[in-house]
Structure formats: C-alpha cells, structure tokens
Design a protein around this ligand. Sequence first.
Ligand code: R5P
Length: 235
Amino acid sequence: KTVALVQSFYPHPNHSLMEVLFAASNARDLNASKVILVAPYLAYLREDKRVIKGECVSSKIIGDLLSKNFDAILTVEPHLHRDNLDKLFTIPVYGIDISSLLVNYTKENFRDCVIIGADRESYKLVNKLSLNPIILDKKRKDSFNVSVSGSYKIPEGKEVLIVDDIISTGSSMIEAIKFLKLKNVNCLAVHAAMIGGALRELEKYSNKIITTNTISNETNEIDVSNLIAKKLLEI
Ligand code: R5P
C-alpha cells in the first residue's frame, strides 16, 4: 500500500525530521509500495544559497535526505518563487497552490485595503490579491534583521494589508510597518513560524495577524486541509 506520512515540522524541526525519516524508512522496510511525505510546512527550504561564508546550504541537504527516503512530497508554499525545487529534489514535489483561499479571504475581509508585498519574492502571491500591489524592496542583513528602502505612495488613512509567505522572526513585517510609518495595518502570511516572541512583538504594530494552518498558531484563520486532502487523493 501507499503510505502517507504527515509531519508538521513544528515546533521542533530537527526532532520532526528524524521522526519522519525513521517512519519512512520503517514503512519501506515493511513493504510500503510508496511513501509520500505530507508536510504543510516544509522546514529548512529558505536557505538556498551560502549567504555567510562557510555556512551550510540547508535546503540542499534537506533535498538530498528527503529524496532518498520518500517517493513524493506534498507541501504548501515551499519558497517556490525561487523555482529551484528541481535542483534540490530528485523526487516529485507538489507545491499546493492555496492562493485561491487567500484571495477569497482578502476579498471578504480586506476588500478596500492597500495590498503590500513584504519583499520582491512575494510578488507572485500579492499579484493574485491585487491588481496594483506595492512591493517593497527588502534586504536581509542577518537572521533577525532586515532593511527596507525605496519610496512608496500609500494613500493617506487607507487600511493596509502586508502579505508574505512566512512570518518567522517578524522582522520583515515590523520593518515594513516602521519604514512606511503605517498605523492602520494588518498582516497576512501563509506560514506562522513565529520564532520566539515574534507574534507578541508584531501585535504591537498591527491590528490583526492572519495565517493559514500549515503551522498551528492562534493566528490561523485559513484552513488548507481540504486542498491538501484533494491533492493527496489526486496523486
Ligand atoms: C524571505 O524570503 C521570506 O519570504 C520572508 O519574508 C521571511 O522569511 C520572513 O522572515 P522574518 O519574519 O524573520 O522576517
């Protein structure tokens, strides 16, 4: 039989990784015909090049490990905008498109908002949410700090929705809010990684924070489980 192993990779990605590798290897040992990894959030994919001299490239290592132990992977928003999954994995990786859920949520709740993409990589997502989004020029200084530059016209007094694929330390969202001196602002992201005190800190700057349930968090308002189940049946 085909075995699907569901792993959240949260809150302890290292532990989760070993757990799911053991389970996959064991399933093969026990004659599973195929082992599929269902990872709504797939950890370690963001680092796809050596930024600091000498550091490892985590996505490459994860790609190797998972390709050896699974026959296919099903995930959501796996930093796909970098279009490099083919180079990282030698097995099929299905990135489920959940943008329709974000579009519907935004239409229902933030129809009149100015939509802002937190960085240039967010353009694919924000272009689906708005015909004329504002996309920020962000640079990462290190794991915890980013800087934003450029000049942007935000209509005075308008409610704003900042969109990104993941909130990790929260610095991308917070820096955008500070740089643009936004007052009436909401944050929308796919993955609520929320490292350390990220959520509480971001709350100080925004009205509302909304995420999908790829990572369980109190901000989860968009349920992706149906789309995952549908895709799993398809493959
Ligand atoms: C970067 O490539 C991602 O799209 C996110 O903007 C980033 O990872 C968010 O991380 P943080 O919350 O730590 O700024």
